[in-house]
Design a protein around this ligand. Structure first.
Ligand SMILES: Cc1ncc(COP(=O)(O)O)c(C=O)c1O
Length: 424
């Protein structure tokens, strides 16, 4: 392990990482020796690219013409009037190409990989949205794509596995540990150690060893800039609150970053409350998580009494993760962001409510943020504005929702279709 540090690790006002990748005491680059040259190369290329006009022009063009940015900010008129308080808007990242915010950092990182001359891409995925976005950019840029996915997640997000394979990616189910995101990250890191020379690890959230949290933050910040502009157009002011779900933390950082220095904007992160408060039944790192160094960075981790990483549980694969990006750890300690959680049952109810009042299908992950907006709005004056970052759309959750929400006829259809497939 190589640990870089310096005496003063205070972040500046906008909470950027210091030169060693620390946000306050969190983050850092706790990586095996063999990966340090690759992490340094990535950091140097990233620094160069940010001031290269041709890179920025390629990025802007891909954001506009491939991702479909800007994504809309939609006023939820029916829901707001039903709740009778603040106005609720949705920043609809579900309408970005591939259906979630993950494409923002995938496009950015694939441009960096191209700049480094890499031809092989490794990624991990939980809900499959990061894997799907990675598989898509790999196809477009002619790169060989290997996606690790916990076997449990591969099962519950089967539609995304199908799409990744259709896009030409190799999806590798990880059968050890809890068979979830944490295990996929470990497998991806092992692959990177073996193939570091020709491979780029296209890491999927604002976490991991420095410089990944800063890189993904940079490519996700476009979301917050658009929120500022669009709220100004609709309401003539900044939002009063921005709410986002928090798995590893990338969609929330993307939405919050622009407003961190504007203290009048309340920022709320929503973790997975799962089935209950007992350790193992949720993935709310700020409800019982302890500081630890795992997977290359220092942050809050859910751990058992021996300090082993605890099992987690959430209806949403994308939030079902024991660690949390290091900037969130600092924002939590500094109380700049308020963190709360939503349970699986509340999330299913919120998916149904949004679908039936506004005609919008939310991903299970994003519906955690909606739960909080539905609780908060009636407590606020009508002049207040809440923006919910809808990190993804709901189609990927068909089979989970089919189990929890559907009529018998849908289940009968799936069973009949499965029988037909067996006979093919
Ligand atoms: C739709 C969606 N939202 C949120 C997340 C959580 O990731 P993050 O916290 O990095 O935004 C995921 C992860 O897979 C996702 O697919």
């Amino acid at each position: 392990m190589t640990v870089q540090s310096k005496n003063s690790r205070e972040s500046s006002e906008n909470y950027s990482a210091d030169e060693f990748g620390y946000y306050g005491e969190y983050g850092g680059r706790y990586a095996p020796e063999v990966l340090i040259p690759a992490l340094e190369e990535l950091e140097n290329v990233f620094i160069e690219a940010k001031s290269d006009a041709s890179f920025l022009s390629d990025l802007e063009s891909a954001q506009k013409n491939y991702i479909g940015r800007p994504t809309p900010l939609t006023f939820l008129e029916n829901l707001s009037s039903k709740l009778g308080g603040a106005k609720i808007y949705l920043k609809n990242e579900g309408l970005a190409h591939t259906g979630a915010h993950k494409i923002n950092h995938c496009v950015g990182q694939i441009l960096l990989a191209k700049r480094m001359g890499k031809k092989r891409i490794i990624a991990e995925t939980g809900a499959g949205q990061h894997g799907l976005a990675t598989a898509s950019v790999c196809a477009r840029f002619g790169m060989d794509c290997h996606v690790y996915m916990g076997a449990r997640d591969a099962d519950r997000q089967r539609p995304n596995v199908f799409w990744m394979e259709t896009l030409g990616a190799q999806v590798i189910p990880v059968e050890h540990g809890g068979k979830r995101l944490k295990d996929a990250v470990n497998a991806a890191i092992k692959d990177w150690i073996t193939n570091v020379r020709d491979s780029h690890y296209l890491l999927g959230s604002c976490l991991g060893p420095h410089p990944f949290p800063e890189i993904n933050r940079y490519f996700q910040e476009v979301v917050g800039r658009e929120i500022r502009q669009q709220t100004q157009t609709h309401e003539g002011k900044s939002p009063d609150y921005i709410i986002a779900c928090v798995g590893g933390g990338s969609n929330a950082i993307g939405a919050f970053s622009e407003f961190l220095a504007e203290e009048s904007v309340g920022l709320i992160g929503v973790e997975a409350g799962g089935e209950g408060e007992e350790l193992g039944s949720h993935a709310a790192r700020f409800q019982g998580g302890r500081i630890g160094v795992v997977e290359g960075y220092k942050s809050y981790w859910l751990q058992n009494s021996d300090g082993q990483i605890a099992d987690t549980s959430s209806i949403s694969a994308g939030l079902d993760y024991a660690g949390i990006g290091p900037l969130h750890a600092l924002l939590h300690d500094k109380k700049r962001v308020r963190y709360t959680s939503a349970t699986d049952i509340e999330v299913l109810e919120a998916v149904k409510t949004l679908a039936q009042t506004e005609g919008i299908l939310s991903a299970l992950e994003s519906a955690h943020a909606l739960v909080e907006a539905i609780k908060l709005a009636p407590t606020l004056d009508k002049s207040k504005v809440i923006v919910v970052n809808l990190s993804g759309r709901g189609e990927k959750d068909l089979f989970i929702l089919g189990r929890h929400l559907s009529s018998d006829s849908f289940r009968e259809f799936v069973a009949r279709y499965a029988d037909e497939l067996k006979e093919l």
